[in-house]
Design a protein around this ligand. Structure first.
Ligand SMILES: [Zn+2]
Length: 216
């Protein structure tokens, strides 16, 4: 159940703020409400779900402040992941990275947006997994989920998320053992993702003078 709900969130099928009713989930998954509550509590610990007393469980809805925190944390963590991965790279790991890039490319070329968005998040989790530090992997899973929710909330009109070309450039630099270059490409990549989102200000702080002045 947790895996299916997570996939639905990562593929933007379940959007931030969607109510996850216990009765409906119990009936969909043919299980008890107690079991549903247990799964939702676990997903809440992973930041995927928010629980409100009296109101129940909802797909998490990160605020702009939380979203900015997530990108800051990613800029600190991911160059370290890449650096660690360069040090411990081997043929088996490289094959897994290349296989993943191939999947991403195929999903994008066939226009499968749901698979594309899920796979691009999974690329970053895979880097952390191959880097072989369980604490980094756990953090990366959480950050990747929060990024995914942030993208569905704050994506601007242009549909950008991870660009498979940038992922490929990271992998090429890692394969060549060029740690600093790989770290820099990763930082640029994270800045591109953040730049494609509207995280500047809350809509209740809109520039009324400019927006309305333009219409006079
Ligand atoms: Zn990416």
């Amino acid at each position: 159940m947790a895996a299916r709900i997570a996939t639905a969130i990562h593929e933007h099928r379940l959007l931030p703020g969607t109510k996850l009713g216990e009765d409906r989930l119990a009936s969909i998954f043919n299980t008890s409400r107690a079991r549903v509550r247990e799964v939702l509590a676990r997903m809440a610990r992973d930041q995927m779900v928010e629980l409100f007393p009296q109101r129940g469980a909802f797909v998490a809805k990160p605020s702009i402040e939380q979203a900015l925190d997530v990108f800051e944390a990613r800029r600190l963590i991911e160059p370290g992941v890449v650096q660690r991965l360069v040090r411990c790279m081997d043929n088996a790991k490289m094959r897994r990275l290349q296989a993943h890039i191939k999947l991403e490319r195929e999903a994008r070329e066939s226009g499968d947006k749901r698979a594309t968005v899920r796979l691009s998040g999974e690329f970053h989790v895979l880097l952390a997994e191959l880097a072989g530090n369980s604490a980094l992997l756990r953090s990366m899973r959480e950050l990747s989920t929060l990024t995914c929710l942030t993208i569905s909330l704050y994506e601007s009109a242009v549909n950008t998320c991870c660009l498979v070309d940038e992922h490929e450039a990271v992998v090429t630099a890692i394969a060549a053992g060029k740690s600093e270059e790989a770290e820099q490409i990763m930082l640029n990549h994270l800045n591109h993702i953040q730049g494609s989102l509207r995280l500047e200000a809350d809509s209740d702080e809109a520039d009324l003078e400019q927006i309305l002045g333009d219409l006079l």
